[in-house]
Design a protein around this ligand. Structure first.
Ligand code: NAP
Length: 283
């Protein structure tokens, strides 16, 4: 069977390495990014550029969106030169951005009205797993659409899970990101507590990573804490957004409220563009 032509919208921290993996696997990829400069590197690697989401979907069979938030995805779907400007029979859109289950269901509905198929497939894992093709892909939608997308998921991730109807992927993503928030805040608080009592950051991070409490996230964030530098791999504003979405979905557990307030406080204090681990600066 011929390889599908791929379209990709959103070349931020995640989209860029994910497209590189599709190019490496010899897929034909057309890209669109609001800020055109971010397309250049991928064009040099063999991608072609589209002038609008509408032009992009006309050229492609399967289109991915990897954008900041609900508003960005809605804009790319609905504006005059958006993905849904015309009917595109049988094409498949896969949204990998983390957005609300409610918006996800709305997008599937309006896509279907244009005879376009839809999957929600947000990802767990940050820039490094995106580069390595080892993301965990959380999928909602029909098994038929999932099977169609599976060869592409196999390139982008180490595993993909079909979790249920449209919106199931988004719901799972909000839950895992709550756990991520707890990990990040817990790591920061623990290191600061130890430091206050005379245990260096370096020693405490070694203890954490060698103990049963160490995990992928504590290891990934260790260098940034040691160098006290937090360039965004996963921007703090995005985790704040995800916690807010979880709140809107009814998350109201004992640790949630203080966690949300902490990230709200960090965002209000100008840390939104830095990495999530920059939370340590305001604790
Ligand atoms: P990012 O680096 O901030 O990139 C965001 C992308 O969205 C950029 O391409 C940006 O275009 C585009 N965008 C924003 N608003 C737009 C609009 N109104 N119209 C068109 N394009 C718009 O974000 P990221 O880190 O790649 O994350 C993307 C998504 O994946 C988010 O939903 C995030 O929560 C989720 N996620 C991120 C990570 C991570 O570790 N980074 C991990 C898992 C999931 P411009 O270049 O023009 O600004």
């Amino acid at each position: 069977m011929n390889k599908p032509k791929i379209g990709w919208i959103g070349l931020g921290n995640m989209g860029n390495p994910m497209v590189k993996n599709l190019l490496k696997a010899n897929y034909e990829v057309t890209v669109y990014n609001r800020t055109k400069d971010k397309e250049h590197e991928l064009i040099n690697l063999g991608a072609t550029s589209a002038s609008s989401p509408q032009e992009l979907i006309e050229k492609c069979d399967t289109v991915f969106t990897m954008l900041s938030n609900d508003e960005a995805v809605k804009e790319v779907f609905e504006n005059q030169t958006g993905l849904l400007a015309k009917t595109e029979n049988g094409k498949l859109i896969i949204n990998m951005s983390t957005i609300s289950p409610q918006t996800t269901k709305y997008l599937a509905e309006i896509a279907n009205k244009h005879n376009i198929k839809f999957l929600d497939a947000p990802v767990s894992g940050s820039v490094k797993p995106a580069q390595d093709g080892t993301l965990l892909i959380l999928v909602g939608g029909s098994s038929e659409n999932y099977e169609r997308a599976k060869p592409l998921f196999d390139i982008l991730g180490k595993s993909s899970l079909l979790l249920g109807e449209t919106g199931a992927g988004s719901s799972a993503k909000l839950a895992i990101n709550y756990f991520l928030g707890l990990n990040i805040q817990g790591l920061a608080e623990t290191v600061l507590f130890a430091e206050k009592n005379g245990v260096s950051r370096k020693d405490m991070l070694t203890i954490i990573n060698k103990s049963a409490c160490g995990n992928g996230i504590t290891e990934i964030k260790t260098p940034s804490i040691l160098f006290d530098q937090y360039p965004a791999a996963f921007a703090l504003k995005h985790l704040h957004k995800d916690l807010n979405l979880a709140k809107n979905e009814g998350l109201d557990s004992p640790l949630f409220q203080p966690l949300f307030e902490s990230f709200q406080h960090a965002k209000d204090n100008g840390l939104g563009e830095e990495d999530v681990m920059a939370i340590i600066k305001i604790l």
